[in-house]
Design a protein around this ligand. Structure first.
Ligand code: GUN
Length: 294
């Protein structure tokens, strides 16, 4: 097992952020008579999605946010879902909206995501918020990348000038994270993906290695350099002979990579809680923007 001084403890940092938010919410409540309000849409009965959304609701309760959970059957039509999003967009009491992904095959995640009003898009998934990453005045930042940068900063990881290798070029994690690291944080960034030749040749160069490939245990100890900082975004349920019937695996082979890494995120308890903390921070920002606009 690894040494706890090597752990980038997302759960601990997320709890610190939640305490900070809860204190602010108390003040906002007495000043404005209203607390931030997050709405979450969950479609179908995917077990992992239920767990993630429940964790988001639990986090709202913990910081004193109001929340609304809308659970629709997997058979809901795309147009009905779009109407529901419109309704929430127009609900003046709601500050933030997330639609948990993945969605059933007959619904376009891109279309649904784009329907969310950018001012309420606390996942930071819309084209407008994505484009504003490279603005002097960013909108709502994509939650997972925002959380990872915050985690690195709270552990005082030197990002400026570091070589950051991003494994994964997804719209929600890899692409925005590589942009944020280069544009805002001045890292030197290499982006690897499914078509990258000789992946290990790149990952071995990383001072900071971020992995969001969705491939359990893709990264082994021989693929990193001594003293690298490793951030694992992957979280896959693997069938297991235990009470739950599954275990969670990251994209990094934790037991061996943690021997060589300087700092490493665990799975679970690393990036996941930080995504939720970012979601709360974005909801707080959306609320403040709305109050300021009234
Ligand atoms: N599915 C997996 N991760 C996420 C996330 O961060 N936000 C949403 N909305 N769905 C997800």
């Amino acid at each position: 097992m690894s040494d706890s001084s090597k752990i980038l403890d997302g759960r601990k940092v997320a709890n610190e952020i939640k305490d900070e938010i809860a204190t602010e919410v108390e003040q906002l409540k007495s000043r404005n008579g209203k607390v931030p309000h997050l709405a979450a849409i969950l479609v179908g009965d995917d077990g992992a999605s239920h767990t993630y959304v429940n964790n988001k609701i639990k986090a709202c309760k913990r910081v004193g946010f109001e929340y609304t959970l809308l659970n629709f059957p997997g058979t809901i039509s795309e147009s009905k879902l779009m109407t529901e999003i419109d309704r929430i967009n127009n609900d003046e009491d709601i500050d933030g909206l997330i639609v948990q992904l993945p969605l059933p095959d007959h619904i376009s995640a891109a279309k649904v995501t784009e329907k969310i009003l950018p001012e309420k898009d606390v996942d930071g998934f819309t084209n407008q918020n994505y484009g504003r990453i490279t603005s002097k005045n960013p909108g709502l930042m994509p939650a997972t990348p925002y959380g990872m940068v915050e985690l690195l900063k709270r552990y005082k990881v030197e990002i400026k000038g570091a070589h950051c290798v991003m494994v994964g070029n997804s719209r929600t994690v890899g692409a925005p994270m590589s942009t944020i690291m280069a544009y805002h944080e001045f890292a030197t960034v290499t982006v690897c993906h499914i078509h990258t030749k000789d992946l290990a040749n790149h990952t071995k160069q990383a001072d900071i290695l971020i992995v969001a490939a969705g491939k359990p245990e893709l990264i082994t100890a021989d693929m990193i350099k001594d003293g690298a900082v490793v951030v694992d975004v992957g979280i896959t349920r693997i069938d297991a002979d235990n009470e739950k019937g599954y275990e969670l695996k990251g994209d990094v082979k934790f037991d061996e990579v943690s021997q060589k890494a300087k700092l490493i995120t665990p799975v679970p308890g690393g990036v996941g809680p930080m995504t939720i903390a970012s979601l709360l921070l974005n909801t707080l920002k959306a609320y403040k923007n709305r109050i300021a606009a009234i």
